[in-house]
Design a protein around this ligand. Sequence first.
Ligand SMILES: NC(=O)c1ccc[n+]([C@@H]2O[C@H](COP(=O)([O-])OP(=O)(O)OC[C@H]3O[C@@H](n4cnc5c(N)ncnc54)[C@H](OP(=O)(O)O)[C@@H]3O)[C@@H](O)[C@H]2O)c1
Length: 258
Amino acid sequence: MAPLPGSPTGPWQGRRIAITGANGSLGRALIRALHRQGAQILALTSSAAGAGEPLVERDDAGAAIPLKQVNWRCGAEAELAAVLATVDVLVLNHGVNVLSARSAEATALSLEVNALSSWRLLELFAGLEPGRPASPAGGRAREVWVNTSEAEIQPALSPLYELSKRLLGQLLSLRALDLAGPGLRIRRLVLGPFRSALNPIGVMGADFVAREIVRQAGWNLGLVIVTPNPLTYVLMPVATLGRWLYFRLLTRLPADGS
Ligand SMILES: NC(=O)c1ccc[n+]([C@@H]2O[C@H](COP(=O)([O-])OP(=O)(O)OC[C@H]3O[C@@H](n4cnc5c(N)ncnc54)[C@H](OP(=O)(O)O)[C@@H]3O)[C@@H](O)[C@H]2O)c1
């Protein structure tokens, strides 16, 4: 069916996009940016506010954006299987920054939220058989966007944040060797500092970052970088290429996949 005059026609038109950390600054900005492109949004949220009341996000005209909301928590990723089977694009965006903390609890929280839950959701989504026919934008691969952060390779003045984001980045490089393919496109989001609860002194705005992510993903880039730091544009491609080579040379997947 031809799109209505004035309606979006880009790559996200009609795609069903699920976003974790939907109640955070970037989550909300992504909801607005992707809705503008005609995507159908599934907001995955873990916050008490999200559990108690519906998450309301508004479009440029002030109208509530139609979205489906699902509550989840780290550690219970498997419960999302049925929901994720209906999704075309999964954006792994949730994260926590414990700043100067270094207790066992802070370490466990950082690893669990920033690295392990995203890794588990990546594996879960990659292993799912899509439960519904392809969306109207159909025929295209499902996608996972993983928000690792510039902290993968740069200091973020928060050691546990850096540790956990580096782990996520490395896990992504390792597992993408097997998970990425014609049926699943993986994009890595490498973002510099933007203002949010996690980083109140970020220099960029979440709306600018979200627009840039959507624009670069629309160009079909696998490595999406949004930062004012020019070094990241040089170092990040080198780091991902180096890891790809290293992991490819030193690891293998047995024939039975185990
Ligand atoms: N701000 C920056 O400078 C910056 C830079 C690079 C990358 N990033 C990354 O961008 C992503 C979004 O961050 P943001 O800056 O928008 O921060 P934010 O406003 O604090 O949003 C983060 C969201 O993550 C979810 N979350 C927090 N703790 C969680 C937990 N224990 N379990 C599950 N979900 C949890 C929450 O969303 P729900 O309540 O909806 O679950 C929270 O609102 C994060 O991955 C962050 O690391 C941020």
